[in-house]
Design a protein around this ligand. Structure first.
Ligand code: AMP
Length: 304
């Protein structure tokens, strides 16, 4: 059955070291990464659209061209005269990657300012996807707009998917961050948290505790990702199950592991797979992604 997935958030310009003082330009961002892997894994008759705001500068145009070339729809993207996209730089320090961000004035912070446009975009989709990073870049009024549209979509019976992706540096305070993440979960019908984040910020003692907490917020379906330890799934009233990760001999770069899992997971779910089959596919996709450098790997490298 054909349909449309709308992923909402911020895609940034990525600058990485290319040797001899040169920088390589790319584009990435959690919700965009998931759109990328969704496009690679979803049936061809599904439309994958990205929703964000960009500027009217050449870099914003490049970003949209890249999305279109990847088969990701951009017709709903807002263009704001005079604005530019956010940017981050990856540097290597003692073999560890460190990230520096320039995103305080990014156009994407305004993605929910036009409530009517946001509503129409969400109404056009069957699956709506957003994250804690999407919420973290928005002003409080824009958070309220996005969450009320997500709640409306959930009430309409759409699949509303939320990855909490907790990033403290985006938030003015821990209290507001945790409250807003919980509000994001309440607005969704499927939550895809990563246990590492939940343990640190909500103090969960194990994956079962994370499942119980999200269920108590009214999330019908919960998938807790836990790196090489696989995922714990609680779908509707079905018993909680565990699906192992795919073993990887040499992990090269875990950037985008969770985002790619989400894309592969949703793809198998819309094809009619069981949650366990969807999780196994998500794990297979993520296992390939972490064997390569960077957030986005070629669809040719992914499992079928
Ligand atoms: P995370 O968000 O770190 O929990 O990772 C998301 C998904 O990526 C996990 O559910 C695994 O399927 C996969 N993954 C992450 N790290 C590894 C690893 N070291 N080995 C195998 N799979 C992994």
């Amino acid at each position: 059955m054909a349909g449309k997935l709308l992923s909402i958030g911020e895609c940034m310009v990525e600058l990485s070291q290319a040797g001899e003082g040169l920088l390589r330009k790319g584009f990435a961002g959690d919700t965009f990464n998931t759109a990328w892997y969704a496009r690679a894994c979803f049936p061809a008759d599904w439309q994958i659209d990205y929703f964000t705001a960009v500027g009217d500068d050449p870099m914003s145009s490049d970003m949209l061209s890249m999305m279109n070339a990847a088969g990701i729809g951009t017709s709903l993207v807002i263009r704001i005269p005079g604005k530019t996209p956010g940017l981050y730089l990856i540097t290597l320090k003692d073999g560890e990657r460190t990230f520096s961000y320039w995103r305080d004035t990014a156009a994407a912070k305004k993605l929910a300012d036009d409530a009517d446009h946001l509503r129409a975009a969400i109404e056009s989709a069957d699956i709506v996807y957003f994250s804690g990073i999407t919420l973290g870049i928005l002003a409080p009024e824009a958070v309220d707009t996005l969450l009320s549209e997500a709640r409306r979509a959930k009430a309409m019976g759409k699949m509303v998917v939320f990855d909490p992706n907790i990033r403290p540096r985006l938030w003015p305070s821990k209290e507001y961050m945790l409250k807003t993440i919980e509000d994001g979960a309440r607005a969704s019908s499927l939550a895809l948290p990563s246990f590492d984040d939940e343990k640190v910020h909500f103090g969960d003692k194990d994956e079962q505790a994370t499942v119980a907490r999200y269920k108590a917020l009214g999330v019908e379906n919960v998938v807790v990702k836990n790196g090489p330890d696989g995922v714990t799934l609680a779908f509707g009233s079905e018993p909680v199950i565990h699906v192992p990760a795919v073993k990887v001999d040499k992990v090269i770069d875990t950037t985008s592991a969770g985002d790619s899992f989400n894309g592969g997971f949703l793809a198998r779910l819309v094809e009619g797979g069981t949650p366990a089959e969807a999780a196994a596919h998500g794990a297979a996709v993520a296992a390939r992604v972490i064997c390569h450098h960077g957030a986005l790997i070629s669809p040719d490298l992914l499992p079928k």
